[in-house]
Each structure stands twice: as C-alpha cells, then as structure tokens.
Design a protein around this ligand. Structure first.
Ligand code: ZN
Length: 305
C-alpha cells in the first residue's frame, strides 16, 4: 500500500498574499508532492473536521467557542497574528482532524505523514504564534483517553520551542514532551518540556544531527512509547526567515529520515507533521517541507511496509 499521506483542500484558504504567514504553502506542498511523483492527489487521505469535544480534551470550551465564532478579544487576536475568517476557522479544525487521522494511520501502519500540523504554540485557552488549537496535545490526550496508546512521545524539532504543548501536557505523565529548539528563537519566555534541548544560534547539519541521534538513542529506549509525534519544522533551515539555525536541505532531509528510522527500527509507530517554515520563496518552502514526505517514502519502501 502507499505511504499514508493526509491532506485537505481546506488547508490553504484565501489569504493576504503578503502576509508573513505563508498560508498557501499547504497547497503548494501538495502540488509539489504530486508533481515530483511521490503521490497522486486521489491517494491523499482526506480528514474530517475535529469535533469540539475532542478539541476540549486539551482546550478551554469558551476559548474554542470564541475562536470558532470569530469572537476572539483584541489581545488574543494580536497573539495569534492571523486575520480571522470562516475559512480560517474551518481550516483550523480540519487540520487538527488531519493530524488525528495521521496518528491513527501511523498506529495502524507504522508510519504516516500529514501535509500540515504542528501547531505547538497554541495554549489551553489562548492562541499564540499563528497557532490556534494544539494538534499534538489534542492527539496525545485523545489517544491516551481512548486507551489506544499507553504512552506517546512528542519529538518537536521545529526551531521554536513547543511551549504550548509543554504547558498543556505538563500534568499528563504518559505524554512525554521533547523540544529541540534554538535557544534564541521565539518564545522569549520558555516553558518546561519534559526534555528541553536548547541549541545555540548558527548550529549546522553535523552538530545538529548528532544531537538528534543522541537524544533519540537515549529517550526511545528509556520511555518505549507506543507512538511518536514528530514535528518536522523546517524553520531550522539556513534560509528560513524566522529561524536562527543553519541547516541545509541535506541536513533537514537526513534529520527526518533518521528520526523515522530511530522510531521504526525500535518498532515504534511514528507520524510526521510539517511544523513551521517561513520563506518568501514559496516554491522553495514547499519543496523543503516535502523533504519529510520524501524521507518517509524512502523509509517506507525500505521497510517493505
Ligand atoms: Zn517554528
């Protein structure tokens, strides 16, 4: 069977083209993966929207309602940094549904990747940094509550710390939060993940990959999670507009492939979300996000899954 990939046309709604957040990148990523022969549009799995009751496993119900009805206060609107619209609300719950579907596919088949996801700055009752609902925290709570997993490990390699995830899951011991991030990047005030690995500005491929290997070689045998949620943010790239690390395309690609092999080599299911990536060169950005899916395809083929 083909590698499970999850996408929906709701992901890239009409959006101000000059906005700092590249909302068209999800559609461009889909186009890139189809054009490069990795998948066919008809093979992409389309998610349902995530129900409010599931969102409420990790979020305040009043906050969910305020956002969905376009009633965020001015301070929340400022922290979010995205203009509200019906289409934004729909894409938001659709994308959480997509991460959920990716996690379920990963549990079933070992590996699955989303063409969106990784909204790790979203907090219990407010948005932050382009993130509204925290898919990683929601999935963790949902799968733990339903007994589908005994433990889940979130391996967050976005250049920014997964502060929302860390705070929401602070008292959920069976969801282990791990964040590798540049110490100088947003957020200025860091949360306490179970494991924080702050990295110095300017770190390049070789040193970074060593940290990834060392971290997973230590943590995966330690926790033996049933599922890893991997945030493959590409804002670690040297050409990213917001990140302070210096990875190349080859470095990002090697990182993704290693993370997936670390998990699958230990019989741990893993799902990938794309996380952050900010670049004015949108086709380059889409290709960069696609490194995850191409890495996943290599691993999938090698394992004969
Ligand atoms: Zn980021």
């Amino acid at each position: 069977m083909p590698l499970p990939l999850i996408y929906h046309d709701d992901y890239s709604p009409q959006f101000p083209p000059e906005h700092r957040f590249p909302m068209d990148k999800f559609r461009l990523l889909r186009d890139h993966l189809v054009d490069s022969g990795l998948t066919r549009d008809a093979d992409l799995l389309r998610p349902a929207v995530c129900p409010a009751d599931t969102l409420a496993l990790a979020h305040d119900r009043d906050y969910i309602e305020r956002f969905m009805s376009g009633q965020l206060g001015r301070e929340d609107q400022r922290r979010l940094g995205l203009p509200w619209s019906e289409a934004l609300a729909r894409r938001t719950v659709r994308a959480v549904g997509g991460s959920l579907l990716a996690a379920e596919q990963a549990l079933q088949h070992g590996l699955a990747c989303h063409l969106a996801g990784g909204t790790h700055h979203a907090h219990y009752d407010h948005p932050a940094g382009f993130c509204i609902f925290n898919d990683l925290a929601i999935i963790s709570r949902y799968l733990l509550a339903s007994g589908r997993v005994g433990s889940v490990l979130i391996f967050d390699c976005d250049v920014h710390q997964g502060d929302g995830t860390a705070r929401i899951l602070a008292n959920t011991p069976d969801a282990i939060t791990v964040s590798l991030h540049c110490e100088k990047n947003f957020p200025a005030r860091k949360a306490d993940s179970d494991w924080d690995i702050p990295l110095p500005m300017g770190m390049g491929d070789a040193d970074y990959l060593q940290v990834v290997d060392d971290t997973l070689n230590y943590l995966l045998p330690l926790y033996k999670p049933d599922l890893v949620l991997y945030d493959a943010g590409v804002d670690v790239h040297k050409d990213d507009a917001l990140g302070y690390l210096q990875l190349t395309d080859a470095g990002v690609s090697a990182r993704d492939e290693r993370v997936l092999r670390h998990c699958l080599g230990r019989d741990i299911a893993v799902m990938g979300v794309i996380g952050g990536g900010y670049s004015k060169d949108r086709p380059a950005l889409a290709r960069r996000h696609g490194l995850l899916h191409h890495s996943a395809q290599r691993v999938w083929t090698d394992l004969g899954l």
